[in-house]
Write a protein that binds this ligand. Structure first.
Ligand SMILES: [Zn+2]
Ligand SMILES: [Zn+2]
Length: 373
């Protein structure tokens, strides 16, 4: 029997909006450009709204409101609430509630609203086509006490229409009359909304599919520098799921995370404060634990095929030795953290090196696996 399609659960407003904006962006915008052309004003306006609304989601909705990774002054809150609403991704309150639910029940088919276990398309945008159960707004009690958040929650659709679509249209009109107003509406309004939304959606779909898991392989969340480019730095999603209250997602200094740099810059200007950072030793402990687990699993599965092959035997012994060193480093570090003893920089460097060397040995070991040679 074919299961009945749940028409009664369709969220018609969101569905019509998603489809209409997408069609307008892929049909209306090229037709406009073919007819009227495009100039630097329209390109600049697109990028201004793209960065302002995209960063308001990552810096505001995500790291500030959903995770409380830092404290923000009123101007920062107001701007991220106005531009965040202009991304048409619901109110900050609803967004944070869904997102906290996602972290709490990640990968759970029933309780994670955009669980990757229900498929790539569901995690990307499929879930938005359906009404969510009454949202568990009990998990955002702290945000309900914030009058600015509640004001935006009541008026986010009006703000989105006026600020997110009306704003660029008006600027276009002031710049060049009717045709420029239409271009600004299509390019900096509708097309920009579609682009920002899909960048956000990628965090729930591709960031749970593509990349590696250096901190915790028990969830589907992954780190990917490639995804970080399209998501204002949110691509380091394995780190984020391991340490969700850290204001950084790309925790290494070289990792591409414009949202982290924006928060840091705002803190230097006195506009945000109390940036939360996970101590370096705790991060390293997670990396050591994950590498140790990988090495042990590999040793366990490959023990039998070392027989009668000196190269494999040698690689096996080297990996075994690294795995033992990792274990020692892990326990030493764990003890120091528990006793709140400051770990020296030299010790951290040494364990980081062992972690990296084990990674190299693992790759070598895998290249010798019977299926690989
Ligand atoms: Zn996630
Ligand atoms: Zn998060």
């Amino acid at each position: 029997m074919i299961p009945k399609f749940p028409f009664d659960r369709i969220n018609w407003t969101s569905s019509v909006f998603l489809i209409a904006t997408f069609l307008t962006a892929v049909i209306g915008t090229p037709l406009y450009i073919a007819h009227f052309g495009i100039d630097w004003f329209l390109i600049g306006l697109f990028f201004f709204y793209f960065f302002a609304t995209g960063m308001s989601i990552t810096l505001g909705y995500h790291r500030l409101f959903a995770h409380k990774a830092f404290k923000a002054s009123r101007p920062v809150k107001i701007l991220t609430l106005l531009f965040g609403a202009s991304a048409f991704e619901d109110s900050a309150l609803d967004w944070a509630s869904d997102h906290r639910q996602h972290h709490k029940h990640v990968d759970d088919e029933h309780d994670d609203p955009y669980s990757i276990s229900k498929g790539f398309f569901w995690a990307h945008m499929g879930w938005i086509f359906f009404k969510l159960y009454p949202r568990p707004l009990a998990n955002v009690g702290d945000l309900k006490k914030d009058p600015l958040v509640m004001w935006q929650h009541r008026h986010h659709r009006t703000i989105a229409m006026l600020f997110g679509l009306g704003g660029p249209t008006l600027l276009g009109y002031l710049y060049g009359g009717g045709p420029a107003a239409l271009g600004a509406f299509l390019i900096a309004g509708v097309t920009r909304v579609v682009c920002v939304q899909h960048c956000t959606f990628l965090i729930n779909s591709l960031c749970h599919t593509m990349g590696n898991r250096p901190y915790d392989s028990s969830t589907s969340a992954r780190d990917s520098w490639f995804m970080a480019i399209f998501t204002f730095g949110e691509g380091y999603h394995n780190y984020h799921h391991s340490f969700q209250h850290d204001y950084r997602n790309g925790v290494k200094p070289w990792q591409w995370d414009p949202t982290k740099w924006a928060i840091w810059t705002l803190s230097k200007l006195g506009l945000v404060s109390e940036l939360r950072r996970v101590p370096e030793e705790k991060i390293l402990l997670a990396e050591l634990r994950e590498m140790k687990r990988l090495a042990e699993a590999q040793l366990e599965s490959g023990r039998s095929w070392t027989v009668s092959c000196p190269t494999r035997e040698e690689a096996y012994q080297a990996l075994l030795e690294m795995s033992q060193q990792l274990g020692e480093g892990y326990h030493e570090l764990e003890k120091s953290i528990a006793a709140q003893i400051k770990v020296s920089r030299a010790a951290l460097m040494r364990w980081r090196e062992i972690c990296a060397q084990t990674g190299e040995h693992l790759m070598h070991w895998r290249s010798l696996e019977p299926s690989a040679v």
